[in-house]
Every structure is written in C-alpha cells, then in structure tokens.
Design a protein around this ligand. Structure first.
Ligand SMILES: CC(C)(COP(=O)(O)OP(=O)(O)OC[C@H]1O[C@@H](n2cnc3c(N)ncnc32)[C@H](O)[C@@H]1OP(=O)(O)O)[C@@H](O)C(=O)NCCC(=O)NCCS
Length: 147
C-alpha cells in the first residue's frame, strides 16, 4: 500500500498518540503523547509530520516524526513506525522530509538522541549516513509552569 509523508494535522492526534504509546512504552511522563503534541502544535506546528497509507479515501497513520530548529541546531524527535510496517522505508521517508525542511530553514546540523538501551535504532540511523558524535549528552528536567 503506498505511503505518503505529509504535515501533521490535528485530526491525526489520536492515531499519533496510539502510535507513540505503542512504540515508546517506557517514555517518562513528560513525553506523554497528547501533551507533547499539544505543546508542539502551540509552539512550532510545522516541523511535525506523519506517514499515511491512503486506502479508499481513508488516511491511516503508520509513522510520525517531529523536529525542532532554534537557529543553532536542528533536532529530531520521536521518529516511529508502526511495527507491522517496518523495513519498508517509511522512517527513511520521514527523516528525509525532516532533514529537507530543516535544510530549507538554513539549519547547518541536526542532532538526535537515542537511548543507550535502544542500540538497534543506531543501525537505522547509520544506514542513513548519520554518525555517533563523540559527546556526552546532558539534560536537566525543568518545572513546567501551568499557564
Ligand atoms: C527505528 C524505526 C523508526 C525504523 O523504521 P523503519 O520504517 O522500519 O525504517 P526503514 O524501513 O526506513 O529502514 C531503513 C534502513 O534502516 C536500517 N534499519 C531499520 N531498522 C533497523 C533495525 N531495527 N536494526 C538495524 N537496522 C535497521 C536498515 O538498513 C533499513 O534498510 P533495509 O530494510 O533495506 O535493510 C522503527 O524501527 C521504530 O519505530 N522503532 C521504534 C521507535 C524508536 O525506537 N524510534 C527511534 C527513536 S530515536
């Protein structure tokens, strides 16, 4: 079945929530899919894509990816493809779209983080020409103020 990558639309929310719950079952609470989508859409909705299979006019989400660009670096987040449709090039198409749009924005380098327990995903990124940077990744959790 043909798959196309397009920008995320609000009607995709439930499908992407379900996809991310299935693909990232151990994600911390701060990555709760519905809240993540709401924050992304409120701040920077364009760098968010879904891969959809179109059959009989029905658009079924089979993959998704988010990116960000702050003027210094691009970041790629939450690239996921439904388990039944892996190894068909769907994530390659999603990452290709993200990289192409970041390039158009003038982004000189794109980064992403892979949990050290998720080593097989490194095979995917290496196949696309990504390499592991010799850096330590640091992070700090912030208190989010309710508006
Ligand atoms: C990683 C993931 C997005 C790849 O999606 P996909 O659509 O299957 O990837 P593609 O079909 O585009 O793969 C392209 C190439 O990447 C490599 N590749 C993909 N998955 C791989 C894996 N699990 N192990 C090793 N290499 C892999 C292969 O070379 C593949 O080409 P081939 O199928 O011709 O051998 C998918 O496995 C997934 O959703 N995983 C769970 C979520 C996750 O951990 N995401 C990463 C967060 S950083």
């Amino acid at each position: 079945m043909p798959v196309r990558v397009r920008r995320f639309a609000p009607r995709d929310t439930d499908a992407v929530v379900e996809l991310w719950r299935e693909c990232f079952p151990t994600d911390p609470a701060r990555n709760a899919p519905a809240e993540l989508i709401a924050r992304k859409c409120a701040r920077d909705p364009d760098l968010f894509w879904v891969a959809c299979e179109v059959s009989d006019g029905v658009d079924a989400v089979v993959g998704a990816a988010m990116a960000g660009y702050d003027g210094v670096r691009g970041w790629l987040y939450h690239v996921a493809v439904t388990p039944e449709r892996r190894r068909e090039g769907i994530a390659t198409a999603l990452v290709g779209r993200a990289v192409a749009e970041l390039e158009v924005l003038g982004c000189p380098k794109v980064n992403l983080q892979v949990r050290s327990t998720n080593s097989e995903v490194l095979g995917f990124y290496r196949s696309l020409g990504w390499s592991v940077d010799e850096v330590e990744s640091l992070g700090r959790t912030l208190m989010v103020q309710e508006s």
